[in-house]
Design a protein around this ligand. Sequence first.
Ligand SMILES: [Zn+2]
Length: 248
Amino acid sequence: MLVRVEAIVIRSIDYGEGNKILTLFAKEAGKVSVMARGAKKLKSRHTAISQPFTYGEFVFFKSGQMGTLSSGEIWNGYRRLREDIRKAAYASYLMEMTERTLEDNERKPQLFEQLKASLDALDEDKDPQIIVHLYEMKILDMSGYRPELGACVSCGTREGRMSLSAQLGGTVCSRCRSADPSALEVPESAIKLLRLFLDMDIRRLGTTQLKPETKSLLKECIRRLLDAHIDVRWKSRSFIDKMEKYGI
Ligand SMILES: [Zn+2]
């Protein structure tokens, strides 16, 4: 069966003599694996389209678990992004997050749009840390772990000072806070930002600027939420952490 999909290459690994196995995130079909024969060779017609982050149309034969790439058309190769080590590191983290959290053939067209928008935003020199945090919130939401950030997760009150409990999945009021001693005290302004990040469409991201201390607080909060629910000991994430630490 010949299948035609609009997709992004979220992983590309060498396989055997000159081949690559691509993991595609297809807008309508979800995560699919495709063998690109000869893609490791420089002169192959499959070389360019097999690069990570490539967005385009992929045509492949499907019989059984893995497809075989027949042809394709690159709509955006994100070449500049791939050649910039810093941006490529952030993009790799977005890809790895997607690859690890999606089930095979799970249809997620909205997440696809957000991933595509994240690549565009990185390419347009928007703040990579903000892009990453926005996408992390989409991953949480679409994996079924949307945090409750409007009221206390335990008693439902909207009054008083709130803390963030990753274990309980959102904000807790001062009376319920004892249910999770590790809950993080955060200012109301940070909770508002988290709420904004949760619902904001990345396609609408402007050139937002946040203070470094606000960004590091957001990072702490979102990391806690992610790590409580999703196993994220990912290579690409420790790389961007090192990069940010040493100011690369
Ligand atoms: Zn409460």
